[in-house]
Design a protein around this ligand. Structure first.
Ligand SMILES: [Zn+2]
Length: 449
């Protein structure tokens, strides 16, 4: 994708170039930054062609060879910028492709140390996989018919091959002005964001380690020029197991038999609803329930069976649910309250609730907000709208959440699209250049700090 292409020079660029070496843009734009912006404009067509190329390689999470092939395409791009690349394999039994890691020279030391680079150490995040398997009918990048040619559809075009390409082409622009080598930048493109390998402690181990080494983490999921993500909710799962005393229904509620498992489960769920509902950023959802005298529940498959009789007091209920939260404190408080409700058992019943961590919350920390201020400065200097922060209640969990507890983080830096995870997924091609300029200047400024 580095082959020479006709350079499309806009009138805007001609004006800027004509005014060099004086300041042609906002006063705060340096000559180096002007050159970075010009480079992005010159390579936008190549960038879109590269997006097309990688979208046309199927990389559904479970298509391990496809994920690897997309990784190889990006790895070649990073190596062309003088970066080193490494493929992190996952254990066989995890059944995931692994992850791509690319580093600038400034990051690499003889013993894995600082490598003599300077400025903030950045971790740039993306993912190679998509939700569309090899046998999905949705496989190709296509310019939307009938429109102005500014929209393309394709699997992963928005989520998030265009975001990954933003990383590559922003770094390419820095490379073009000689600003990449001494920077301390590590790129990690995961191979299993859409269906993370288990256990998470292993599939996200390298990312968390890289996050701890970095001063800032930038994630390139799809966004818009006037927004960024400084906070997003985390998620946890829970299962509720309720036991009652099996007996003839004629004796329900009496001293010997009590309320039965179904009434106890109903009490618990109703108490969750009455006592826990309504707190900002906290939601919880019982997704599947099975109750009766013989019950099975396969949590992984989200499915179960139940058998019971109208004249028998139910002895088992199993429920599998989810929980979303913003901060660890909110999560712990919610779990504590749920445990307390579960413990108030009706006569002759008992219940237990189990929780599993999934994605940590990304709280709006001071560090995240400081990065957001730098981004606002970039937008202002590029004459772009003042960005606002996404409502964390409207944003699902993402890979950035795994490093956000350890490092200042920001997300939503990739080009604009819609319909992710659906066969109508599309990308606004006119957003590719502005989002890449914004990213390049953000990275440039942070690595000069
Ligand atoms: Zn996704």
């Amino acid at each position: 994708m580095t082959t020479a292409r006709p350079i499309f020079v806009t009138a805007f660029i001609l004006l800027a170039a004509a005014a060099l070496p004086g300041s042609a843009w906002a006063e705060d734009i340096s000559a180096n930054e002007e050159a970075i912006i010009r480079n992005v404009d010159e390579t936008t067509e190549a960038q879109i062609a590269f997006i097309e190329r990688v979208v046309n390689i199927n990389s559904g999470t479970m298509n391990l060879a496809g994920v690897r092939a997309v990784g190889d395409a990006f790895a070649a791009g990073f190596r062309a910028l003088g970066m080193t690349t490494e493929w992190l394999d996952m254990p066989q039994e995890m059944n995931r492709a692994g992850h791509l890691v690319a580093r600038t020279r400034g990051t690499r030391g003889e013993e894995g140390g600082q490598g003599g680079g300077s400025g903030k150490r950045l971790l740039l995040l993306g993912h190679l996989d998509t939700v569309f398997p090899k046998d999905s009918p949705f496989q190709k990048f296509e310019r939307a018919a009938g429109g102005d040619g500014n929209t393309a559809t394709g699997p992963g075009v928005e989520d998030m091959k265009a975001g990954n390409a933003t990383i590559l082409y922003a770094l390419r622009a820095l490379h073009a002005v000689g600003a990449l080598e001494s920077s301390r930048i590590t790129v990690m493109l995961t191979g299993d964001e859409e269906l993370a390998g288990a256990p998470l402690s292993l599939s996200r181990q390298a990312m968390i380690a890289l996050g701890k080494e970095a001063d800032a983490a930038l994630s390139f999921e799809s966004g818009t020029i006037d927004t960024a993500v400084v906070a997003r909710r985390g998620s946890s799962n829970w299962q509720l197991y309720v036991k009652g005393k099996r007996a003839h229904s004629s004796g329900i509620f009496n001293e010997d038999n009590g309320a039965g498992a179904v009434f106890e489960a109903a009490r618990i769920l109703n108490a969750f609803y009455e006592e826990l509902r309504g707190e900002e950023y906290l939601t919880f959802n019982p997704g599947v329930i099975a109750g009766g005298t013989e019950v099975t529940l396969d949590i992984e498959a989200s499915s179960g069976t139940a058998f019971g009789k109208t004249n028998v007091i139910a002895q088992d209920v199993m429920i599998s649910g989810g929980l979303r939260f913003l901060t660890q404190e909110q999560l712990e408080r919610a779990r504590g309250k749920m445990r307390e409700i579960v413990a108030r058992s009706l006569p002759h019943t008992s219940a237990r609730i189990d929780f599993q961590d999934r994605y940590p919350g990304m709280a709006p920390t001071a560090g995240n907000l400081a990065l957001f201020e730098v981004l606002k400065g970039v937008n202002a200097d590029l004459d772009m709208p003042v960005p606002t922060a996404w409502d964390p209640g409207k944003r699902g969990a993402g890979d950035i959440s795994f490093v956000a507890p350890f490092v200042a983080s920001i997300d939503g830096l990739g080009p604009t699209g819609e319909g992710g995870h659906t066969p109508g997924e599309s990308l606004d091609l006119t957003s590719v250049a502005p989002m890449t300029k914004r990213a390049a200047l953000l990275i440039y400024r942070l690595t000069r700090e």
